[in-house]
Ligand binder design. Structure first.
Ligand code: UT7
Length: 331
């Protein structure tokens, strides 16, 4: 019997309508389009507006697009994982609500949190269930409403993040396509460089935490930048070396969209020309758990069966790594 691998067999995505341009941010904080563009590569990002809409709204929309495109009955899904750093609530899994709302009544569902590496780690989790033969259809959704934890008076963070969601269906494959190898790491030394202080068990919400603006993201950008450049590039290089992939063998780099300079450093280290590097940071900014599936969705029509894809991400925690996957279909 041939070995079962875990392939991505469909993708979907959703970004909200409201476009937050650099020009709009110029009216909120002391910044300018030129600084944001040259330092990050971001021109605009999407923001979810409207009362009572959380991350689940984005996740549901992305999942529904995937189901519609694939003409898939949601009752066939075995498991739904929502990778997110901004769940609807601290308690009550966002994924459970998403599953019910899309009609995945035969699935179990849970959230997975590893900051900007959530989707990358989720790929490992989803693939493991498939490779083990335990489940046949695992839906992995990366979704974040970053605007819910951004301080729009802090110019060092509010220019970076945006809202969005992407979904990928994992199914068994017997042609050797799908996830081939992974190199995943974490290091708790990083937790004070990129964090949201309050609202967890360490520092529960209080009048004081609200007054101190501790329910918003804090980032020591310079330090995170240094770790991100080194570790994203190292892990991508490692996965190439381990799998005997030259730069000619790699068809696409799918890098977390945190900063164009980090993406460039990673692709340079891999020896890749720009045309092989997926990028949409200019339109969406950093959507945390959604960056990788949003790229897959945007570039789906250019992907061919058998293409060698290298994913790379770095995020809070610290968490980071790289995954090598063979694309499984022509769209
Ligand atoms: O996705 C999870 C992982 N996150 C990341 O990978 C993010 C990594 N970090 C970064 O992308 C970058 O560090 C930032 C984009 C956050 C910042 O870029 P930088 O080139 O590291 O800027 P910096 O923090 O060194 O600041 C340079 C200058 C400072 O002014 P002085 O001290 O040189 O006078 C800042 O005060 O730029 C100033 N500055 C700004 N100026 C205009 C900081 N933010 C802004 C701003 N507009 N929005």
């Amino acid at each position: 019997m041939s070995k079962i691998t875990a392939a991505i067999t469909a993708v979907g995505s959703y970004v909200p309508d409201f476009v937050m341009t650099n020009k709009i941010l110029e009216t909120l904080v002391d910044t300018n389009d030129e600084w944001i563009t040259t330092r990050t590569g971001i021109k605009e990002r999407r923001i979810l507006k409207g009362e009572g809409l959380g991350t689940s709204y984005l996740a549901i929309k992305a999942a529904e697009q995937l189901l519609e495109k694939r003409k898939l009955d949601p009752k066939e899904i075995d498991l739904i994982i929502v990778a997110t750093a901004t769940p609807d609530m601290m308690v009550a899994a966002t994924a459970a609500y998403v599953a019910s709302e899309i009609g995945a009544t035969n699935a179990f569902a849970y959230d997975l949190q590893a900051a900007c590496s959530s989707f990358l780690y989720g790929m490992s989790t989803a693939a493991s269930y498939i490779e083990a033969g335990r489940y046949k259809k695992v839906l992995l959704i990366g979704a974040d409403k970053m605007s819910s934890i951004i301080d729009y008076t802090d110019r060092t963070t509010c220019i970076i993040f945006g809202d969005g969601a992407g979904a990928a269906l994992f199914e068994p494959n017997t042609e050797g396509l799908g996830l081939q190898d992974e190199y995943l790491r974490s290091d708790g030394v990083g937790r004070n460089f990129l964090k949201m202080d309050a609202g967890g068990s360490l520092l529960p919400a209080s009048e004081e935490t609200v007054k101190n603006r501790q329910h918003f993201i804090y980032q020591d950008g310079k330090s995170v930048f240094k770790f991100a450049v080194t570790n994203m590039a190292d892990s991508a290089a490692k996965i190439m070396e381990r799998n005997n992939l030259s730069h000619d063998d790699v068809d696409w780099l799918i890098p977390h969209q945190a900063n164009k300079r980090i993406i460039d450093a990673t692709s340079n280290r891999m020896g890749l020309e720009d045309s092989k590097v997926m990028m949409n940071i200019q339109r969406y900014g950093n959507t945390t758990s959604a960056t990788l599936p949003l790229l897959l969705s945007d570039y789906e029509s250019q992907l061919k069966k058998g293409d060698n894809l290298v994913f790379a991400a770095f995020g809070g925690g610290f968490t980071w790594g790289s995954i090598y996957l063979k694309w499984a279909y022509n769209s």
